[in-house]
Structure formats: structure tokens, C-alpha cells
Design a protein around this ligand. Structure first.
Ligand code: ACO
Length: 365
């Protein structure tokens, strides 16, 4: 008995930007980007919201629309849980999951969002599986038999488009899976989650918390304080607008690429090794590894260091870029659509990202 993946879908924004177009924006070239990252094009959501992309991916995973993998069409009442992994929802409240619940009419679902940066989907999968497993064996839990796990990202909204170190890497999109408890299937065989301190702040993005609370250290304020604070807030806004005009916005992703690269390559190997050991499965028995699509060279490095063929890894970075938490379910949907996953295959999903976060799951399709 286990928690099986019974549906998977993705959504890709219409606008596709190639490396030559990026080289009109910053000092870069198709040659540099392709050889250092494996990326040729990425998609930018100009007209699609995070909710739009989530909805499209979810509808395919639920078997409501064509273009995804679905073992059957799921009734709206059958979904008990929605988790969205995202850094870039349209609004802070309601959560993306709550908006999706309303949009799709999933009226029995409890829902929330989760932030584990690029590992968000794998974390959400772990949480959903744990909640389903707990409710299957204990009557004192909320009954959860089926979950919709969505990852959606629009990094284009937190990108400094003047910074060639980051803007060439990222892309927008969404992916979704449906998980179902099934007495007759093995489903998820093992999981692994781990965190490390990002002591050098190699990957950061501030939140725009702009309101200045009207209190001093003693909890007292005077009318003058409020006036001063609002002047300070206005000055700050002007400063932000000026820095935006200089192409140097504040609330954007900043990255030390080499530190992230070293962490990611090591983390991927660790997570894959752990899920295999925990499931007592050899790497020889794995049909496909679907990794976070951060950089093709991280996958090259991982394959070399694990002594396995790069062909074992699903790659979709070439025309997607790094879509953060969405990259794993987007690539997984591609793998299903391209017939790379068959019933009974053992599949690993693995991700690593800001925090630092590391996660993997091994399941039988
Ligand atoms: N075009 C041309 N030159 C560039 C570009 C660009 N787009 N970006 C950086 N450079 C330059 C740098 O300025 C530097 O120039 P300098 O030597 O004159 O200072 C030179 O290229 C080398 O820079 P490095 O950072 O050393 O380049 P590196 O070979 O490490 O490649 C990269 C950079 C691709 C970011 C790499 O470090 C990497 O892939 N890191 C992994 C991080 C990642 O994938 N992050 C994604 C988000 S986080 C995540 O998903 C986990």
C-alpha cells in the first residue's frame, strides 16, 4: 500500500525568449549561456498570473484537460488537500492554494502554500505523502486520501534584468501532480529532506515589507514620530523607484553562482544516494531521475560522480531555464508525455535550492 502519482501536468507561458534576445538586454552571448548552463530559451509570463499557470497545470494533472498524464479524471470532491510550492504567488493572502481551490471548485480540500525555494515541490510532495499516510493509519487525523501538489514560479517578477549573473538562468512556469492513497500500489517508497545553513548568503531575495510600524522602542509614539516615519517611508519609496530606474531594483534574487553550484552538485548526489538506500533499491533499478533543472553542468557533474549515465536524468532546461520549485514537476510532466515513465518504473525526483534545502523522493510509477 502506498501513495501513488496518478496525474501530472505542466503549464508554460506563451512568450519564449532566446539567448540572442537576452544578449540585447545584458552583456552576454548564446555561446556563454549555452556552454555554461545548457539553456537556449526560457519562457516569461507576461500575461499569465501564477494562478493561471497553476490552474492549467492542475487541470491536466486532474485529467480535466488534454496535454498531461492522468490515470483517470478526478472529481472535484475527491481532492482533500492542495499544497502549492512557490516563492512568487500573485498575492500573500489568500495563498495560491486557496485561490486554486476556489477556481477549480475543490470544495473538500484543505490548502496552504509552502516555501522551500527550488526544492519546494519535493518538500510539498513529502508533506502531502506524510499527511496521506498518517490519515490512512489513524482515525484521529483529518481524512486525506488524495492531494493536488502544485509548484508555480514567476521568477521574472523577482529578477534583476540588468544582472547577467542571474537573469539568463531563470524561467517561469508551473507543474502539478495528483497523489492518491492506494492499498494495492507501492507508490512512494522513500523520501529524504535535509537543510544546511547558507552561511555566505549565496542565494537571497528580500520580501518587500514596506510598512513602518508607528511605535518607538517603548511602544510610544508621538504625532511627530508618525510624520517623520511617513516622510522616511516616502524617501524610501523614491529611493526604490530611482534604483528601479537604474535597473537595480532591491527586492530581487541575488546569487553567488559558484557557491550555489558546489552545494547543488554535492546535495544532488547525497539525496539520490539516500533515497535509494532507504528504499533498498540499487541505482541500476532506477528508470529515470528527474532533477531540479538549475544548470545542465550540475547534472553532468552529478552523473560523473555517481558513475551513472547522464541519460538516466530527465533534462528539460534547454527550453525552460531554471523555473525554481516548478522545474521538477514540469520536467516530470514532460517525461510522462514523452513516454519515458511506464507503470512499475522506479523514478527519483530530486531538488536543491535556497536555504539551503535538499529533497528527494523515490516512487514506483
Ligand atoms: N554572460 C557572460 N558572462 C557572464 C554571465 C553571462 N550571463 N554571467 C556571468 N558572467 C561572467 C562573470 O561576470 C565572470 O566574469 P569575470 O571573470 O570577468 O568576473 C565570468 O563570467 C565567470 O563567472 P562565474 O560566476 O565564475 O561563472 P561560472 O562558470 O561559475 O558560471 C553560473 C556561472 C552559470 C551561474 C554557475 O556558477 C552556476 O550554474 N551556478 C549554479 C547556480 C544556479 O544554477 N542557480 C540557479 C538558481 S539557484 C538553484 O536553482 C539552486
Amino acid at each position: 500500500m502506498g501513495c501513488a502519482v496518478i496525474g501530472c501536468g505542466n503549464a508554460i507561458p506563451d512568450l519564449e525568449i532566446d539567448n540572442d534576445q537576452m544578449s540585447l538586454l545584458v552583456d552576454t552571448s548564446d555561446e556563454w549561456i549555452s556552454s555554461r548552463t545548457g539553456i537556449k530559451t526560457r519562457h516569461v509570463a507576461l500575461n499569465e498570473s501564477s494562478l493561471d499557470l497553476s490552474e492549467e497545470a492542475a487541470r491536466k494533472a486532474l485529467g480535466w484537460d488534454d496535454g498531461g498524464y492522468s490515470e483517470r479524471s478526478i472529481d472535484p470532491e475527491e481532492i482533500d488537500l492542495i499544497i502549492t510550492a512557490t516563492l512568487t504567488g500573485d498575492v500573500l493572502v489568500p495563498s495560491n492554494a486557496a485561490l486554486l481551490r476556489r477556481k477549480l471548485g475543490l470544495k473538500n480540500a484543505i490548502c496552504f502554500d509552502l516555501n522551500a525555494a527550488c526544492s519546494g515541490f519535493v518538500y510539498a510532495l513529502n508533506v502531502a505523502e506524510s499527511m496521506i499516510a498518517a490519515s490512512a493509519t489513524a482515525s484521529n487525523r483529518s481524512p486525506i486520501r488524495r492531494a493536488l501538489v502544485v509548484a508555480v514560479e514567476r521568477p521574472s517578477r523577482i529578477t534583476n534584468w540588468a544582472d547577467r549573473n542571474t537573469c539568463v538562468l531563470l524561467g517561469d512556469g508551473a507543474g502539478a501532480v495528483v497523489l492518491e492513497y492506494d492499498e494495492n500500489r507501492a507508490g512512494i517508497l522513500s523520501t529524504f529532506l535535509a537543510n544546511e545553513d547558507d552561511i555566505h548568503n549565496a542565494l537571497t531575495c528580500p520580501t518587500p515589507l514596506d510598512v513602518v510600524p508607528p511605535f518607538d522602542a517603548d511602544g510610544v509614539n508621538t504625532a511627530q514620530d508618525i510624520i517623520d516615519e511617513s516622510h522616511a517611508a516616502i524617501d524610501e519609496m523614491v529611493e526604490i523607484e530611482e534604483s528601479l530606474a537604474e535597473g537595480n531594483p532591491r527586492n530581487v534574487l541575488r546569487m553567488n553562482g559558484q557557491r550555489v553550484f558546489k552545494f547543488s552538485a554535492r546535495a544532488m548526489k547525497q539525496a539520490i544516494t539516500e533515497v535509494c538506500e532507504r528504499a533498498h533499491v540499487s541505482l541500476d533499478d532506477i528508470a529515470l531521475i528527474v532533477p531540479h533543472q538549475a544548470n545542465e553542468r550540475i547534472i553532468d557533474f552529478g552523473a560523473r560522480h555517481m558513475g551513472i549515465s547522464k541519460d538516466l536524468f530527465k533534462l528539460s532546461i534547454e527550453h525552460r531555464g531554471n523555473t525554481s520549485a516548478a522545474s521538477v514537476p514540469m520536467a516530470l510532466a514532460d517525461a510522462y508525455n514523452e513516454g519515458q515513465i511506464k507503470k512499475g518504473d522506479k523514478v527519483i525526483v530530486v531538488a536543491f535550492g535556497g536555504g539551503f534545502t535538499i529533497g528527494a523522493a523515490l516512487y514506483e510509477a
